[in-house]
Design a protein around this ligand. Structure first.
Ligand code: FDA
Length: 320
């Protein structure tokens, strides 16, 4: 109930205007967001890299409403790829397709995606397509497939899959046929019971099942992280849930999967202890580092995931 309300607020323009107008809101949000500028974000990545952790940078933004805005967002993503190349950090980028025109016009979105992938390919870097709510799932997969059809490969672009969706297993099995790499997540949006498991236990069980499928594929296809750590292997197990992480570790051990053949991913500012622990144990860890001024919807989804975050936010409201 609370989660649904917060996810509703994450998409409500009036709430965005109100919350981003509160100066203390940024103080709380900045736990999850690396800063507003590219420079701040690159500095955070440098610190992670120095500890042995890789990164994926997300220039925050979603649901642009004009072709010009979508082109501007595309230019910003190209600028991050340039900044990564110039600074030499171990990072790729993550993008949302509604940021670059999905929902506005298929041609515009795919044209912008192509520009991004051209640049990533030139730098031998990697672009992960985030997965959004279900009105966009088919469009996202179609855009990804269109990029493979024009010659891009899974070394340049990868997908994400949400274990709360009934369709996830079928999607993964189909796309594994061409070596697609996946970020496996539980899913952060509010979805109806017709398309997604309403119970957390089922979402978790499906997460473990998908972990197995992706790890088996990685073993079978001989997938590994690239030497410069920018291009991920087939499975990126993206969770802060101890039990899911433990399951993945044990399953990898059971099938004899090398530690270069999968990676863990976590969000900036969440479970730093677990990030460091896995890193010290010799697992590959990549942290998702969001930055930019458009932090409101991302921040609200983080509040929705954990009631304790909301209470922290509210206590700051009363202290302001
Ligand atoms: P779960 O929600 O069960 O949390 C497990 C534990 O993690 C909690 O007990 C707590 O300790 C900690 N934790 C989790 N969330 C927290 C928070 N917000 N604040 C503080 N602690 C928290 N979703 C999506 O729909 N599309 C996408 O493209 C992505 N991309 C993405 C990338 C990466 C790298 C990650 C890690 C996650 C995403 N997500 C996402 C979000 C994902 O779907 C999911 O909502 C969150 O990861 C939270 O789920 P957990 O798997 O961590 O489990």
């Amino acid at each position: 109930m609370l989660r649904s309300f917060l996810i509703y607020l994450s998409q409500a323009g009036w709430a965005q205007k109100m919350v981003t107008g509160w100066s203390f809101a940024w103080n709380v949000a900045s736990r999850f967001i690396a800063g507003e500028s590219t420079e701040e974000a690159i500095n955070v990545v440098k610190e992670l890299n120095a500890k042995g952790i890789n990164a994926t940078l997300d220039h925050l933004g979603e649901h642009t409403s004009t072709a010009d805005e979508a082109a501007e967002s595309t230019d910003e993503i190209l600028a991050i790829l340039d900044a990564i190349q110039e600074s030499g950090v171990r990072a790729g980028v993550s993008i949302k397709l509604t940021q670059i025109g999905m929902g506005l016009d298929t041609g515009i979105c795919q044209g912008n995606l192509r520009r991004i992938l051209d640049r990533a390919k030139e730098y031998k870097n990697f672009v992960r397509i985030d997965i959004e709510d279900t009105p966009y799932t088919d469009m996202t997969i179609a855009a990804y497939n269109a990029m493979l059809e024009i010659g891009f490969t899974p070394e340049t672009v990868g997908m994400a899959v949400q274990s709360y969706l009934f369709r996830a297993e079928d999607d993964v099995k189909k796309m594994l046929e061409n070596g697609t790499t996946f970020r496996l997540i539980k899913g952060a949006y509010k979805e109806p019971p017709e398309v997604a498991f309403p119970k957390k236990a089922d979402v978790d069980a499906n997460f473990d099942l998908l972990t197995k499928i992706l790890m088996d594929a990685s073993l079978e296809q001989g997938s590994t992280i690239s030497e410069d750590q920018r291009v991920p292997p087939i499975p990126a197990i993206a969770t802060q849930d101890d039990k899911r992480v433990e399951f993945a570790k044990q399953y990898a051990q059971k099938i004899g999967l090398d530690r270069n053949a999968f990676e863990f991913q976590m969000l900036h500012g969440i479970r730093r202890d677990l990030q460091m622990q896995l890193n010290e144990e010799g697992y590959k860890v990549r942290v998702y580092v969001p930055f930019g001024t458009q932090w409101y919807p991302y921040f609200m989804r983080r509040l929705a995931e954990r009631p304790a975050n909301l209470w922290f936010f509210m206590s700051n409201f009363f202290k302001k």
